[in-house]
Design a protein around this ligand. Structure first.
Ligand code: PBG
Length: 324
């Protein structure tokens, strides 16, 4: 009790604050999402995500070399698929010469040590912009699992270290794991987007990949933002199906879910600070309303405090620069 106890003693100097600091943020905590597009020497700005670009394969080499030299250990790959290659079954997703498969090979040939994780979901390949096969305006679950597992397999064959299913179909982790095992690809990991909410924060990302749903929304497969217990169920099921890493998405508005899972499960937890969260901070900073760097680091640290092992974030390179 006061005055025997004074909280401020532990805040008196920089040195004592460093000694008692409970969480640390380092470049090891950062995963860099990358958007890939067809073409040569293409570097297209994404309007709602200042500082983030869609790049062509020839620029990808430099990009990952640069990220690796900054200490970034992992990238998460997304591709923008030309409209003419989109259909209802997303069949381009399993093309061994598809953009994703070429991107993975490109990265592995320039920086073999960097960890490559690939997005597994149909939406960028779907003529309906949905994460599954559509019939009579419904997104079908079981028929989608086959193409998702073949997609994961083709990413693994191209050299991906982890596949990251973000589609929220039931049973996809199980099917992907079984398919990889059957192919003898025992060491390919699965990072499952386990607690992925039907969030309006994905808006800028869907602009970036031209992947907005053509009808309806994603509420029959992504989670209701009102739910907490369901996130635990989803995540435990994914772990039982064979997920090595689980993910909470979006990030900042869902840190309670990160903490909830951290207290209940043992596998590593990733959190995704999504496009809309990035856009909000950029917009505030461009207006001079916030100190960009300070808020960025504070938010990234908040992920660590909530219990995330690492963070997929569009801030990764800027944060790495500050942390080095
Ligand atoms: C695809 C996918 C989405 C994101 C990651 N993978 C969009 C969606 O589900 O509609 C969002 C990432 C972001 O907003 O930064 N299934």
């Amino acid at each position: 009790m006061y005055p025997n106890q004074r909280n401020r003693r532990l805040r008196e100097s920089k040195a004592i604050r460093a000694l008692v600091r409970e969480n640390q943020l380092s470049v090891n905590d950062l995963m860099l999402p990358l958007f890939i597009t067809e073409g040569r020497q293409v570097k297209e700005a994404i309007r709602s995500m200042p500082g983030i670009y869609r790049i062509s394969l020839d620029l990808l080499k430099e990009e990952v070399k640069n990220a690796w030299s900054m200490g970034i250990k992992a990238v998460l790959i997304f591709v923008k698929v030309p409209d003419k290659l989109k259909n209802n079954t997303g069949s381009e997703a399993i093309n061994p010469k598809g953009l994703m498969q070429r991107a993975v090979r490109e990265i592995k040939s320039s920086v073999p040590e960097i960890l490559v994780m690939t997005d597994v979901a149909l939406d960028p390949y779907s003529s309906f912009g949905h994460d599954g096969i559509v019939e009579k305006k419904k997104v079908l679950n079981d028929p989608t699992l086959e193409i998702l597992s073949q997609m994961a397999l083709s990413h693994a064959k191209a050299g991906a270290d982890f596949v990251a299913p973000s589609d929220m179909m039931d049973g996809r982790v199980f099917r992907i794991r079984a398919t990889l095992e059957e192919a003898g690809l025992h060491s390919i990991g699965i990072m499952s987007y386990s607690a992925k909410y039907a969030s309006a924060f994905y808006g800028p990302f869907r602009q970036a990949l031209d992947s907005s749903p053509g009808f309806g929304d994603k509420q029959t497969y992504q989670m209701d933002p009102a739910n907490r217990l369901e996130a635990i169920t989803e995540t435990i099921r994914d772990i039982n199906e064979g997920a090595d890493i689980v993910m909470v998405k979006p990030g900042i508005s869902y840190l309670d879910i990160v903490r909830e899972l951290r207290d209940k499960i043992e596998v590593p937890i990733a959190a995704y600070q999504v496009s809309g969260e990035y856009a909000m901070l950029k917009a505030a900073a461009e207006n001079g309303w916030l100190n960009y760097h300070d808020v960025m680091i504070e938010q990234l640290l908040a992920f660590k405090r909530a219990g995330a092992n690492f963070i997929a974030t569009y801030h990764a390179k800027e944060a790495a620069k500050l942390l080095n």
